[in-house]
Design a protein. Sequence first.
Length: 252
Amino acid sequence: MADRLHNKIALITGAGTGIGRAIALAMLREGARVSLVGRRKLLLEAVANQIGNPCIVIEADISRRPDVDRAIEQTVSHFGKITTLVNNAGVLHVGTAEQITEEQWDETFDINVRGLWQLSKAALPHLRKTGGGSIINVASVLGINGARNRAAYAASKGAVVLLTKCMAIDHGHENIRVNAICPGFVETPLTAEVLRQAPDPQSARSARTAVHPIGRLGQPEDVAGLAVHLASDESAWTTGAVLAVDGGYLAV
């Protein structure tokens, strides 16, 4: 058992699958205690059962303020404090500005932006009480560069990038660090569905791979290592950073 995150209490959203699951498992292995938060309880429980470290499961929809408050309150009640917030939950609807429906636009911003903001707002007083902490926002390379058929998703992730910078400026004097991770195309259930909907999924996969100079698509574990670093004291002077984990996608 490693101890890079000894005495850290992390609340991780979207913890049942993909990047959130990988971050949760990595933080647990490094000695953190973790609140696994998401909408699908069975998936969260599967993560909790995979490793024996202390964790709790909280079924919650972060687009709903009562669920946000309950997730924070249960975490603090169970562990006594919170030191780390990982805002990972997100949705992706494919389409241009003309094609995206109002319902899809609203859901994208309710979860990707509003939910992230609400959780951060609710966590800040508790981070302040502990003398500081780390907020890690999972954005996307599409929050930096645009892409076809990603009007709502890219706009929401762009909002996350700038909210990250603003929060870092506002709360740096409180030793509350706020950073954003911007993954490239990582193989998760979310991106698997995007490929499945393509007219030719295999060609779509090959095209995605080709734009990453490292020659492969990302894995959730590729992102988890950076999240551990940002949660640890190793990154004590890192805030307001927007860090790509993208196999070189943005370098092209």
